[in-house]
Design a protein around this ligand. Structure first.
Ligand code: HEC
Ligand code: HEC
Length: 251
């Protein structure tokens, strides 16, 4: 929960010293990205302003399918298209964790989307299991998917949707209190990607936020959360990243 899926990267406000855990998951991050203005919701178990009144099944459906109990769609940038891959087991663990955080009363404004949102992100999901860790590539792909790395690291097409033909090529801009950070190329390209990096260097960037040249990475790269990913899981993620097609980029 505080590892790969990094809900708190959006749902917990962070100050200069990192996430404010006294108000963990109480919402508040604002995404003012034309054409929409989205507010990350309060997902603490508060009955009035959070998700306290939702059943486990309703909460699970919200996370994996992006549908609230009243049937409305949870809009971007909530990474539902990636969370659709979550196994039943991992989804249940996330739901249990959310139930365990302190309820915080915090009314969050309603998001406005000046674009038509689809009625759903896809067909309903009954049940899903994760690939076995013994199949390192498939398991690594699963982990990279639920960590929604590619949401930030895949360039957007003109219509605002990710260009999956350029998976991992980077180049998206993220303005914030830190200035503007630009997601980097995480494909195996030897000049503009991670092709020449050692496994250790890639793992240090993901989990510690330190790039190969020793520089510190800026938000919203989620290294603070990825620090909790286990070594074998990081190894599987690196193996998968090395298997995707290399892309040239300017970064
Ligand atoms: C990239 C940012 C981002 C991440 C990461 C993220 N969310 Fe969200 N989430 C949002 C935004 C923005 C909304 C509000 C969307 C809207 O208003 O339609 C939202 C809405 C929700 C809602 C609906 C709450 C309500 O009252 O309507 C739930 C539940 C939720 N998120 C759970 C999660 C969980 C659990 C995770 C981690 C597994 C997660 N989110 C990760 C951005 C994010
Ligand atoms: C919310 C957006 C976001 C998510 C999610 C995200 N990243 Fe990043 N990532 C960035 C940004 C932005 C940078 C560049 C930061 C900077 O300029 O300092 C970056 C930098 C990196 C770098 C450093 C590359 C270099 O050349 O220094 C690596 C490696 C990386 N990300 C891998 C990953 C992996 C693997 C995941 C999933 C586990 C991931 N990222 C998830 C936004 C994101």
């Amino acid at each position: 929960m505080n590892g790969p899926v990094a809900c708190g990267n959006c749902h917990t406000l962070a100050g200069p010293d990192g996430p404010d855990y006294s108000r963990e998951l109480a919402g508040g991050l604002v995404f003012d990205a034309e054409p929409f203005k989205a507010y990350a919701a309060n997902i603490t178990p508060d009955n009035e302003t959070g998700i306290g009144a939702w059943s486990d099944a309703e909460l699970g459906k919200a996370i994996r399918e992006g549908l609230r109990p009243d049937g409305t769609l949870i809009g971007p940038p909530m990474p539902v298209p990636f969370y659709r891959a979550l196994s039943d087991e991992d989804l249940a663990a996330i739901v249990a964790y959310i139930r365990s955080v302190k309820p915080v009363t915090n009314e969050i404004p309603v998001s406005t989307y000046n674009i038509p949102l689809p009625p759903a992100y896809g067909p309903p999901i009954d049940s899903l299991s994760a690939p076995s860790p013994s199949d390192q590539l498939a398991y690594g792909e699963y982990l990279v998917t639920i960590s929604h790395c590619m949401e930030c690291h895949t360039p957007l097409k003109e219509d605002g949707h990710p260009d999956f033909d350029r998976l991992g090529a980077g180049g998206n801009e993220f303005p914030g209190p830190w200035g503007v950070s630009v997601s980097r190329n995480i494909t195996p390209d030897t000049e503009t990607g991670l092709g020449e990096w050692s496994d250790e260097e890639i793992k240090t960037a993901i989990a510690k936020g330190i790039s190969r040249d020793g520089s510190h990475l800026l938000p919203p790269m989620g290294f603070g959360y990825y620090a909790n990913i286990t070594e074998p899981d990081l190894d599987a993620m690196v193996a998968y990243l090395r298997s995707i097609p290399a892309q040239k980029s300017e970064h």
